[in-house]
Structures are given as C-alpha cells and as structure tokens.
Design a protein around this ligand. Structure first.
Ligand SMILES: Cc1cc2nc3c(=O)[nH]c(=O)nc-3n(C[C@H](O)[C@H](O)[C@H](O)COP(=O)(O)OP(=O)(O)OC[C@H]3O[C@@H](n4cnc5c(N)ncnc54)[C@H](O)[C@@H]3O)c2cc1C
Length: 408
C-alpha cells in the first residue's frame, strides 16, 4: 500500500532510498528492520525480470538475517559445484576447472533463484516493517545542501531526509544529483537470457562454457530446470534472439554438449547489452549509491548483485550505528567511510571480471596464454583453488555484519 493512501503529501524521514530493485529493497529493509525511519521510493513501473541470480553464501546469510530468505528459499536451488569449461576453438585452450563447495567444507557456494521470487520476498518483508514507507512513484529530482536532501516525486510531492541512497540502477538520478562521475565502457557483447527445463538432472552443478563471444552459463534451478546467460556477439544476437523455441532448445543442447539432455525453452527471454561502469566515489553531498547505481559488471562468476548486497549491508551498518549514537546519518564522515569501506571489494571484482571477459574476447595469443595458465594452475593446485573459492564466497576486503549473520 502506498503511504499516499493515508493522504500524506510532504514527508520527513531519516533516510530515503530511491529505487525498488533488489539493492534498494535490501537497503531499505536492513535500515527499517533496525528501526531507522526510511522511505523507499520504489518507482512506478518495475519491469518484469525473467533473470535469475546466483546468490553467494554471504548474500543468502544476509537475506536470512533480514527475514527475507524464509519467504523465497523454496524457489532456490543450491550451487554445489561450479565448472569452467573452455569451449573455444583456439590454439591455447585451458583445462576444465571444477570448484566443489565440499572442498572448503560447505554444502553449497550459494543458491540460484529467479529474480521475481527474490523481489517478491523483499517486497513482502518491506511492507511488513512499521519503520518503512513504500511509495510506488518515480523520483523526478533530488536536491542536496549542508543540512539535508529533498527528493521530489513525479506527482510534485517531496520527501526530506538526512541522506538519500541511490539504488535506481545504471541511470541513477541520485548519482547525478551528487555530481558523482561515472566511468562507463561498453563491451561488444549482448547477454541473452532465458530459463529452461531439461531431461537430465543438473546435480546442483553450474557450468560456465567460455566461448570466443563470452561465457555461456547454465545455472541450476529447483527440479530439472536451469537458467541460461548466453553472452553473444551483437552481429549474431538478432538471429539467436529470433530462433523459435524448439530451435533455440536444440542450439542450447548443442552448445552445452547435451550435458542436460533435451532442452525445452520457457517463455520470457531477455537481452542485456554488456557494460562496465563504476562511480568515481560511492558517496558525496549526503547521497550514497548502491548496486548498479554504483557499479555494473558483466555477468561472469555471479558477482554483480552480490557486490550490490555488500554495498547495501555496509551502508546500512554505518547508518544504523550513526542513528544509534544520535549523530548525523548523512555526514561527510559517514559518506567518506562508506566509500573507503567499499573501494577494495568493488575495485578488485570489477578488475577481475573485466580482465577475464577481455581475455575471452581477445585474439591476442599471449593474453590467451595467461588466461589458460591461470585456469591450469587453479585446476592443478588445490590450496590455490580453495583460496580462490573462499575469497569468492567471503571476500577478505568486505565482511559486513549482515553477511556474518549478525543483525544490525
Ligand atoms: C544477464 C545478467 C545476469 C546476471 N546474473 C547475476 C547473478 O547470477 N548474480 C549476481 O550477483 N548478479 C547478477 N547480475 C547482476 C544483477 O542482475 C544486478 O546487479 C542487479 O539486478 C542490480 O540491482 P539494482 O537493484 O542495483 O538495480 P536494478 O535491478 O536496475 O533496479 C533499479 C530499480 O530502480 C527503479 N528506478 C529507476 N529510476 C527510478 C526513479 N527515478 N525513481 C524510482 N525508482 C527508479 C527501477 O525501476 C528499478 O526497479 C546479472 C546481470 C545480468 C545482466
């Protein structure tokens, strides 16, 4: 229910979050769950999202701690094993690398879930929190001064707060209002997405086939179902996107070497041009950004939203602590600390994903050699492989309380 049903026009809250995607909803739930008066400007139209998200263990723990996971876990499939298969036809090809969660004493690296179930669970939790007001309007303008921020909605109403958190995705209004520069570079790749059912079991194994146009990744869903992220060359994308379901199923079966048997494509395909983007700073002038408002990376190794949820958990922790002390939750000090605390995690992930993606695209032999050697070493050296698995699950650079199962 929109708070406008109560006839309220101009609001004051401690925090306003703009954007009702997974990063914004998680931030708002974390804040309001800890008693911070929060308004979430969720937007008028939230487009249907047929993608799935591979949530790593820390993200699942955080959602569990926030009372969200219990509302959607029945729709999630565990990720027990992750395989990387070099499916290029190049001179230097890497061996298959297999990461098994058992090797680091875990039952699973995380879980894969359809975004619609994750969003529904976050939305339901948000609506149950008395400290959270959810508004289904778009924000149209954000202004900031030394004392606070004002968000103006598309119906002219306003919300005044101490801090605005921009979670509106790639085209962030809040980021622009804070004059935060955004470095953005497109890749010559488009990700096609769909979900599918198949005749063989997936055994909780996710497989990333590395091809010359980018990864072709199958990730388990409950039952004999999986999701596909198929990174394509834009010249080939229109042909693939137009393939009738039956032919698309055959194409997927061929490219996945029939690992999953006969494939049936479900309705609802998506297309996502790939970009790398990163905000110069994650907070300034009483405005902080989380999720894709702060960084966008290609879908390799399930990093994007996992990074975004660590932004949300870190920022919420800082704001809740400042609120508890009675200090200003939008102070320059808090903004600087948030930026500092997220810098290493965001920087290292964006760099690693960029290098891996470019090494796939490049025809430059030495670069392919380095990539092949890296994968070879991971396959051969157990301690290295385990260290990489541990770092993937729980980055040393960022372990906010929620990711450790501690409530704010
Ligand atoms: C093909 C693909 C597969 C992926 N798979 C994975 C994966 O397996 N694991 C993983 O961790 N990540 C994955 N990602 C990344 C992940 O999808 C993104 O990181 C995530 O969706 C970003 O969430 P967000 O909340 O930051 O932004 P968004 O999902 O873009 O949400 C932004 C929200 O803000 C709203 N909004 C925009 N403007 C306004 C406004 N002015 N006022 C109010 N509301 C507004 C929008 O309507 C939207 O609801 C994948 C990405 C792609 C492209």
């Amino acid at each position: 229910m929109s708070i406008y049903d109560c006839g309220m026009k101009n609001l004051t809250a401690e925090v306003v979050v703009v954007g009702g995607g997974p990063a914004g909803l998680t931030t708002a739930v974390a804040l309001a769950g800890a008693g911070v008066e929060t308004v979430l400007v969720a937007g008028r139209t939230r487009a249907e999202d047929n993608r799935t998200t591979a949530l790593l263990a820390g993200s699942v723990t955080a959602l569990d701690t926030l009372g969200v996971w219990e509302r959607c876990c029945e729709h999630a499939a565990p990720l027990r094993v992750m395989r990387i298969v070099d499916a290029t036809a190049r001179l230097i090809r890497a061996p298959e690398v297999r990461f098994d969660a058992n090797e680091i004493g875990l039952a699973a690296f995380g879980h894969n879930i359809e975004n619609r179930y994750l969003l529904a669970a976050l939305d339901a939790r948000a609506r149950a929190l008395p400290a959270l007001s959810l508004i289904e309007n778009d924000a149209e303008a954000v202004s900031t001064d030394a004392n606070g921020i004002t968000v103006t909605l598309d119906n002219g109403d306003t919300i005044a707060a101490r801090i605005a958190i921009g979670a509106e995705g790639r085209r962030s209004l809040c980021r622009a209002a804070a004059s935060i520069e955004n470095e953005e570079s497109p890749y010559p790749q488009i990700a096609l997405t769909c979900n599918l059912s198949h005749s063989h079991e997936h055994y909780d194994i996710s497989t990333e086939f590395h091809t010359e146009s980018g990864p072709f990744t199958l990730v388990p869903l409950p039952g004999r179902r999986s999701s596909l992220v198929f990174v394509t060359d834009p010249e080939d994308t229109p042909r693939l996107a137009r393939l009738p379901d039956a032919e698309m199923g055959q194409e997927i079966e061929r490219r996945s070497h029939s690992t999953l048997g006969r494939v049936t494509v479900e309705p609802g395909r998506g297309m996502f041009p790939l970009v790398m983007a990163r905000a110069r700073t994650l907070a300034a002038h009483r405005i902080a950004v989380v999720g894709e408002a702060a960084h966008v990376i290609p879908p390799i190794g399930a990093q994007g939203l996992n990074l975004g949820l660590r932004d949300a958990a870190t920022l919420a922790e800082l704001v809740v602590a400042a609120h508890g002390d009675g200090s200003d939750v939008g102070s320059p000090d808090l903004c600087a600390r948030y930026d500092h605390m997220r810098r290493a995690d965001v920087g290292s992930r964006t760099l690693a994903v960029d290098v891996l993606n470019r090494s796939l695209l490049s025809g430059f032999l030495p670069l392919q050699g380095v990539r092949g050697l890296g994968l070879f070493l991971m396959e051969q050296i157990g301690p290295l492989r385990r260290a990489i698995m541990r770092e993937g699950i729980a980055p040393m650079a960022s372990q906010p309380s929620l990711m450790r199962g501690e409530a704010l």
